[in-house]
Design a protein around this ligand. Sequence first.
Ligand code: FE2
Ligand code: FE2
Length: 290
Amino acid sequence: MKKQNLDENSPLASLEEWDDDVLKRYPEPGQPAKDKSEFRNYDDPEITRVREFYRLNHKYQTYENVLAKKANFLKFDKMEMPWWSAMDYLNQLIDESDPDLNLDQLQHLLQTAEAIRTDGYPDWFVLTGFIHDLGKVLCLFGEPQWNVVGDSFPVGCQFSNSIVYPELFADNPDSRDERFNTKYGVYTHQCGLDNVQMSWGHDEYLYQLTKDYLPEPALYMIRYHSFYSQHREHAYDHLLNAHDQEMFKWVDKFNPYDLYSKSPVQPVVSELKPYYEDLIAKYLPATVKL
Ligand SMILES: [Fe+2]
Ligand SMILES: [Fe+2]
């Protein structure tokens, strides 16, 4: 039985419920969303919690919210610690709901990274798999779930109907703001994603933490790994430039490892730690400033 989270700002029993819902929506690699009527059972309390999560996410992820969160979190003045300690810190976000396949955060990261390593990709790609969800530490700074996880999407222009639960954007004040509610909003044709503000969450935050240290394809994977309306439905081709399109080939390579590498066979952390400590030392500074 899943434990009900009583915090009305954070309705999910755990952050994993969002990941699980994404997997239900995209059960096949590379394919667009499964028709929601095929799998949404609204009597299921988990579905109710996920919908409530998206109600808050779609209502409050405004252009102004993104600028405010950047102003706060991009000061990186909360904590400083070695990268591995930050991974341990993230692991305080233990999933208490505990069905068979629910892993702690570190296990999800190790399984993602190990699957990438098994397929023979370069070590920076493996490292990307290992750290890609570290931005979820935002939750430990008191951020509500809707400002940490959820599908990411551009703000400052019309919300696409390809985003999950698009009807819930009706409560977002940007939907009624004529600066933001047209197809292009504050942007121009194929202006490039670097000029586009994405909804705030763990993707953008980790990108900002790593942008000086990792190769560009890794940064695209980190920054856009939850941008499902683009990588599955191509909903924002009018904002991507040619370079973004090229780089999204890497996002597409990364995505199946994030979604489909979950396994009940859990990697042994102590055996893998030396390899990952070396990888961190090769690419990242000794400490991370959160
Ligand atoms: Fe993620
Ligand atoms: Fe992930």
